[in-house]
Design a protein around this ligand. Structure first.
Ligand code: ADP
Ligand code: MG
Length: 142
């Protein structure tokens, strides 16, 4: 991750997508990002912007039931959602740690649920509601 992205307050889904596009310019292959924040705080919307910025043109949706989506951009984006699976062994068995390689960019929604597996993860994106259409996005180096 390159230095300099300071986070954003956005006033619409479109602004959150733009924030994601902007954020994508700072990402480097191998980066892993924990994403935390309540339902509808904008995690998936932000990632839509990131994927667009990296050059992925397909659909980006929360892998709530499939657990992991792979987007075939270059570098590949791995989109993880922990909301419905809190069994750490299940995550190990489906090979989550193997996605953490220098060839991928990994985003983990609801990362707080599997925190013990993520002690080496360096970056945290924190999403908060500030009003009906207003969201705060914070970037924290752990
Ligand atoms: P999460 O993945 O955190 O559950 P989503 O990105 O899927 O959240 O959904 C965010 C919801 O909030 C969408 O329905 C979106 O239209 C709405 N929304 C309203 N204002 C914003 C904003 N400023 N940024 C992102 N989403 C917003
Ligand atoms: Mg989501």
């Amino acid at each position: 991750m390159k230095k300099g992205w300071e986070g954003r307050i956005t006033n619409s889904p479109d602004e959150t997508i733009s924030a994601g596009v902007e954020f994508s310019r700072y990402i480097e292959p191998g980066d892993v990002f924990q994403m935390v924040g309540n339902l509808a705080a904008g995690k998936t919307t932000f990632l839509k912007g990131v994927a667009t910025g990296i050059g992925f043109t397909g659909e980006v949706t929360s892998p709530t039931f499939t657990l992991i989506n792979e987007y075939n951009s270059n570098p590949k984006i791995i989109h993880v959602d922990c909301y419905r699976e809190n069994d750490l062994n299940r995550w190990i068995n489906i090979g989550l740690p193997e996605y953490f390689t220098s060839r991928n960019i990994v985003f983990i929604e609801w990362a707080d649920i599997i925190e013990p597996l993520l002690s080496d993860v360096q970056y945290l994106l924190k999403f908060s509601h500030m009003g009906r259409d207003k969201r705060k996005i914070e970037f924290i180096e752990k």
